[in-house]
Design a protein around this ligand. Structure first.
Ligand SMILES: O=c1ccn([C@H]2C[C@H](O)[C@@H](CO)O2)c(=O)[nH]1
Ligand SMILES: [Zn+2]
Length: 140
């Protein structure tokens, strides 16, 4: 079976497996993220915390930065799947929304899954009126 439903299920399972790698000794909240690029590369991420709490990186941004570092093309990614170890879904933080807007399409689906359900948005609904900037216009 290789339909949309099984792809989502596979990414949920993959994101959950990635969550097991999280470095989250402070929150003890281990989050995972997974997506597939147009070229078929499977990308995963987990949250990586720091004793200086503000330096912590979410699972979503870890996955996106990993893809960038691997030279992957993110422009045609259809869906990003998040897993949180909880009985409710959580929506991505503002920092991750801004990074998603940088690399994904406004139509890219963001699907947050937990142990009991899921919720989906698009990048555009998560960050309406996103900040975009044409540097050429302001270059002196
Ligand atoms: O969508 C989210 C929300 C939170 N976290 C992480 C950040 C921090 O390490 C921990 C608790 O907020 O969960 C994520 O990775 N993704
Ligand atoms: Zn975040």
């Amino acid at each position: 079976m290789s339909n949309k439903h099984s792809q989502l299920h596979d990414l949920h399972v993959t994101a959950k497996a990635a969550a097991a790698h999280a470095h989250a000794p402070y929150s003890r909240f281990k989050v995972g993220a997974a997506f597939v690029t147009d070229a078929g590369e499977l990308i995963t991420g987990c949250n990586v915390e720091n004793v200086s709490y503000g330096l912590s990186n979410c699972a979503e941004r870890t996955a996106i930065f990993t893809a960038v570092a691997q030279g992957a093309d993110l422009s045609k990614v259809k869906q990003l799947v998040i897993y949180t170890p909880s009985a409710q879904v959580y929506s991505p933080c503002g920092a991750c929304r801004q990074v998603m807007a940088e690399f994904f399409q406004p139509e890219t689906e963001v699907i947050s899954t937990c142990d009991t359900g899921q919720q989906s948005w698009t990048v555009a609904t998560l960050l309406p009126d996103a900040f975009h900037f044409d540097i050429e216009k302001y270059r002196v």
